[in-house]
Design a protein around this ligand. Structure first.
Ligand code: AMP
Ligand code: MG
Length: 351
């Protein structure tokens, strides 16, 4: 156990003394959680294999799950990757800083354990003043997965980070809740055709403006599958402790099915959580269930931003089972659906 230092800062104008304290911890090989525009990251010096191995230990993350390297300046890219294609620079100019991760060929300065032994490396520049100030002050590329225990919902507040990692990491920079609340889009540029390995904050529609025929690899792997390309693709991921059931179909059919399921679970003595957009959640107000409202149905950004908070909140309120409904699968809805599907570990009820 270490004493985890919590440093609260103004996300827009981070105090340089606090940033320097966190940067010193990174330079000394320590672990620092920090806010990004997507979710909180758990950072370590990406050039130090021992520092990176501490990330795996703190998270309980299998060594087969590669970590994204974060930078603050495009000039760092040459130190992290080799043979960077011009497409990567086109995308970086357009989407960085922002929620797009590029998979490139790994450079020698980055030790193999960052990439789970792969010859590739995932790189991104986050759009958050505190994160960028931290990397700049440390003057390092920073390896950082999401700051949650392995397979748990990602952390979108410093409180979520502490829930999972208090006593296991050196510093948490608390910059308030994250804006997007879903992880970055992972785009592989090492194959003959660019492919999205994980949908995220940069939508397929946005990528198509630059890569018209970009493909989404929508395989969902089981843990024992060989050749994991993006272990974010493991089906069990982002899981609450409660069992999550994902209902798909039109609301007119889904809601009655959910109401019937609620009745059955209540009769069986289970605590039922409801995770739904406001309009759908209204139906369940007053019933003997725990309701978490995700926001307006049409506002995918809001649904996405609240998703992991909702899963954690219903866990905290000791739901045994959580019933949720799939969102429209376009734009940010593709990423939201992906996270719901994995949190449900494939338990889909088609209505
Ligand atoms: P996390 O930041 O914890 O959400 O996880 C980072 C995710 O980035 C991994 O689960 C992979 O999906 C992806 N990733 C990181 N490095 C690589 C890589 N070298 N090749 C493919 N995907 C990667
Ligand atoms: Mg993660």
């Amino acid at each position: 156990m270490v004493k985890t230092l919590v440093l609260r800062l103004d996300a827009r104008q981070p105090d340089s003394h606090l940033i320097e304290r966190a940067a010193a911890a990174l330079r000394e090989g320590g672990l620092v959680a920090f806010p990004t525009e997507t979710v909180y990251g758990l950072g370590a010096d990406a050039t130090s294999a021992p520092a990176v191995s501490r990330i795996f230990a703190a998270k309980g993350r299998p060594a087969s799950d590669p970590i994204i390297v974060h930078l603050y300046d495009l000039a760092q890219l040459e130190q992290i990757a080799v043979g960077v294609p011009s497409l990567a620079y086109d995308l970086a100019r357009r989407f960085w800083p922002g929620p797009l991760t590029l998979v490139l060929r790994r450079g020698e300065r980055i030790p193999p354990n960052v990439s789970a032994g792969l010859e590739t490396v995932a790189v991104r520049m986050p759009d958050h003043p505190a994160a960028l100030a931290l990397f700049r002050a440390a003057d390092l590329p920073v390896a950082a997965p999401s700051a949650n225990r392995f397979a748990r919902p990602s952390a979108t507040t410093a409180a979520h980070v502490l829930e999972d990692l208090d006593g296991r990491i050196d510093v948490v920079l608390d910059g308030g809740p994250t804006v997007i609340g879903l992880e970055s889009t992972v785009l592989d540029l090492t194959k003959p055709a660019p492919a999205v390995l994980r949908p995220g904050g940069i939508t397929l529609e946005m990528l198509r403006a630059v890569i018209p025929d970009v493909a989404l690899v929508s395989r969902h792997l089981q843990p024992d599958d060989a050749g994991i390309e993006a272990p974010g693709m493991l089906l069990k991921h982002y899981s609450p402790r409660a069992e999550l059931l994902l209902f798909t179909g039109e609301p007119e059919r889904v809601i009655p099915r959910m109401q019937a399921a609620v009745k059955d679970y209540l009769q069986a003595g289970q605590r039922v959580g409801i995770l739904l957009p406001d309009e759908d959640a209204d139906v369940f107000e007053g019933a003997d269930v725990l309701v978490f409202r995700l926001g307006a149905r049409e506002n995918l950004a809001q649904l996405g931003a609240n998703l992991f908070t909702g899963l954690r909140e219903l866990d905290r309120r000791s739901a045994d089972v959580i019933l949720t409904r799939a969102v429209e699968r376009s734009g940010l809805g593709v990423a939201i659906y992906d996270r719901l599907l994995r949190a449900a570990e494939g338990r889909i009820i088609a209505c």
